[in-house]
Design a binder for this molecule. Sequence first.
Ligand SMILES: [Ca+2]
Ligand SMILES: [Ca+2]
Ligand SMILES: [Ca+2]
Length: 139
Amino acid sequence: MRLSRKAAGFIAAAAMFTVVAPATAAVASPRSTCYGGRVCLYAGFDYNRGQADHWRDFVQDDSDLTDNNWLNWDFSNSWHSMNNETSSVRNRVGCSATLWQHAGYTGAHSTFTHNSNDGFLSNNAIGNNRTSAIDIWCR
Ligand SMILES: [Ca+2]
Ligand SMILES: [Ca+2]
Ligand SMILES: [Ca+2]
């Protein structure tokens, strides 16, 4: 098949788009990566992809998230309470971690093993926008 210069240009552009596509991952939040030794909570589904980057990481238990604010992508304080706002989670802390519905570790809960990711808490027992405490088993 012979291609006109224009068609070839289009195909080249399409190929370029294909190459560029992974960079669309730049839409992923700057804090969507969760580093070792932490459990990372996100206010949005899919680790805040394409959304306001309200996130926070934990290295130990916190029995009551009502006194915790989300961080912004640049680590500044969002002044926005974390209570009942977690929608996705990554666990890199080295052991399982449980998210609880109520402060003091009561109510509905879901446990996430080390190295697990869940970008959608609506289909977990803990549910979406209900987390009020985090129990990290090894800390
Ligand atoms: Ca707290
Ligand atoms: Ca889920
Ligand atoms: Ca709650």
